[in-house]
Design a binder for this molecule. Structure first.
Ligand SMILES: [Zn+2]
Length: 188
């Protein structure tokens, strides 16, 4: 069930209602296009606002979510150990790859799918490696010290939908979904 969310245009500063997110989101007033990361930033802020007093939550940021998506199921670790960049610890590695993936979302070689109801208790976002070769190239460029000729393959994480805060999620909405009768969509 699509819900209307007010987004704030970056260009003319006016709010407009949107109920679909992703590509082709434009301001109703000035028609300026809103980037996916900006939509995500605003949707996460909307999601968090009524929950800001909850001690069990921290405010999710765009990169928090992207990192959670691509490192799920130990895939951050396996990518790191597969490449094994010298002098780069796992924190820095994760951070660099997360920023690169964020750029990929903006440039279109990564696919980020938004939940149909981003304000549900457990909205499920999905990330897809639309262009694994491009991703591999970007990762190679991040770590020029690695000898890429030595048969090192960039392992492409196998991604599923992730909800914001439930660790058990495998793409299914969690049980304690009291706020919405409609489960967050898992279709893509
Ligand atoms: Zn506008």
């Amino acid at each position: 069930m699509p819900v209307d969310v007010l987004l704030n245009c970056q260009e003319c500063r006016r709010p407009f209602a949107a109920n679909r997110f992703g590509n082709h989101v434009r301001c109703a007033h000035c028609k300026a296009r809103m980037s996916k990361l900006e939509q995500l930033r605003q949707l996460l802020a909307h999601w968090y606002y009524p929950r800001r007093w909850r001690a069990d939550l921290i405010e999710p940021s765009v990169y928090f979510l992207i990192e959670k998506l691509w490192t799920a199921n130990g895939q951050g670790d396996s990518l790191y150990s597969g490449i094994a960049p010298a002098n780069v610890n796992y924190d820095i590695f994760r951070n660099l790859v997360t920023r690169t993936i964020g750029r990929g979302v903006e440039d279109g070689w990564m696919d980020l799918t938004f939940p149909s109801d981003p304000l549900a208790e457990n909205p499920i976002y999905k990330l897809k490696f639309k262009d694994p070769e491009r991703f591999a190239k970007e990762v190679e460029a991040l770590f020029p010290d690695v000898n890429w000729d030595e048969q090192i393959q960039v392992p492409i994480p196998n991604l599923e939908g992730r909800s914001l805060f439930t660790e058990e999620s495998d793409g299914e909405p969690a049980e304690h979904d009291e706020e919405s009768s409609e489960p967050a969509s898992t279709t893509s």
